[in-house]
Design a protein around this ligand. Structure first.
Ligand code: SF4
Length: 332
């Protein structure tokens, strides 16, 4: 890890905020002032070449919004997105076009993310036709065939349509489409949550293999800490749009410091029935509060078993707890 940190980061996200103005929900009074929904509220991290950052948290914690804001698919309200030393929020549309060649995305629902009217050859080759117009059709098809082989799709499938494939195969097509431009970073937005467990393992192993071969960096988003464990170097835990803990994988799984991380980890089933019976599960009380009206101070305090009065004061910032862990908790 220390070795990774000596290098320049590929991507630095600094104090990113994504806020939306939403209607107050009063249909009888449509002129009521709008409220601010803080989907992402002050998130910062660095990502190094070849590294995998896992991003986890419950549904609604802002992880998918964060990933889309990095690609400007949803504009960030504030903060910096520094890609290879250049702040993209100050960049032009031309800068973003170039960056989209280097940063690709894999989506949660593999079938819905593929155009049903296009063949596999057209889908996988499309990014080349947009970003590399100088390539001949023969070159495009050569690269498509080679990429299909890399992700484990047979050449005979090349003229088939997405509905003719299983969920796992559709995700392989999505991965081939994301990799065809040889990007530097892939953002994987819950790429395995719609798949069967056995297929999840295949897709994660495929991503790890391709990462090794192509030197890719990955941002791997999931709601399940058990899934990100197998692929991440570091893990960012989010809750209600804020960072709770950012740590190296081993430190996070062996010695979690934030009460929210501990609760998420205690929910992971242990394959040994005897150990599973002895395990103490920390059940979080209540529901996720509304991001329109988050609790003051620490946003986790309404569900935190360690909360004290002081937790309602200042918003805790991520601070170093050990040399491998940072947590946003006054009692960590
Ligand atoms: S700051 Fe307080 S409420 Fe927040 S996680 Fe720490 S102990 Fe819990």
């Amino acid at each position: 890890m220390a070795e990774i940190k000596k290098r320049e980061p590929l991507l630095s996200v600094r104090n990113m905020k994504v806020h939306f103005q939403v209607s107050a929900g009063d249909k009888a009074w449509p002129w009521a002032p709008k409220k601010t929904l803080k989907a992402v509220d002050g998130v910062s991290f660095d990502l190094y070449p070849g590294e995998t950052l896992g991003v986890v948290g419950e549904s609604g914690c802002g992880k998918s919004t964060l990933s889309r804001a990095i690609l400007n698919l949803i504009p960030a309200t504030d903060g910096e997105i520094v890609w290879m030393g250049k702040d993209l929020r100050q960049g032009t549309e031309k800068d973003w076009h170039a960056v989209r060649r280097d940063i690709q995305m894999i989506f949660q629902d593999p079938l819905a993310s593929l155009n049903p009217r296009m063949t596999i050859a057209q889908i996988i080759g499309e990014p080349l036709r947009v970003h590399r117009p100088e390539l001949s059709e023969a070159d495009v098809m050569k690269r498509v065939r080679s990429m299909m082989a890399k992700v484990g799709l047979r050449e005979q499938m090349i003229n088939r349509y997405p509905h003719e494939f299983s969920g796992g195969q559709c995700q392989r097509i999505g991965i081939a489409r994301a990799l065809i431009l040889e990007p530097k970073l892939i953002i994987c937005d819950e790429p395995v949550s719609a798949l069967d467990v056995s297929i999840q393992a295949q897709i994660i192993n495929l991503l790890k293999e391709l990462q090794r071969e192509m030197g890719l960096a990955l941002i791997f988003i999931a709601h399940d800490l058990a899934v990100v464990k197998h692929i991440s170097d570091r893990v960012l835990v989010m809750y209600l749009g804020r960072e709770m803990e950012l740590a190296e994988k081993q430190a996070l799984y062996e010695m979690p410091t934030h009460p929210y991380t501990r609760a998420l980890l205690s929910a992971i089933p242990i394959p040994d029935p005897a150990l599973e019976r002895q395990k103490e599960i920390q059940i979080l009380q209540g529901d996720l509060p509304s991001p329109i009206n988050p609790p003051s101070g620490c946003v986790f305090r309404t569900r935190c078993p360690l909360a004290i009065e002081a937790c309602g004061g200042e918003v805790p910032k991520l601070r170093p707890i050990t040399d491998r862990t940072r947590a946003a908790c006054i009692r960590a």
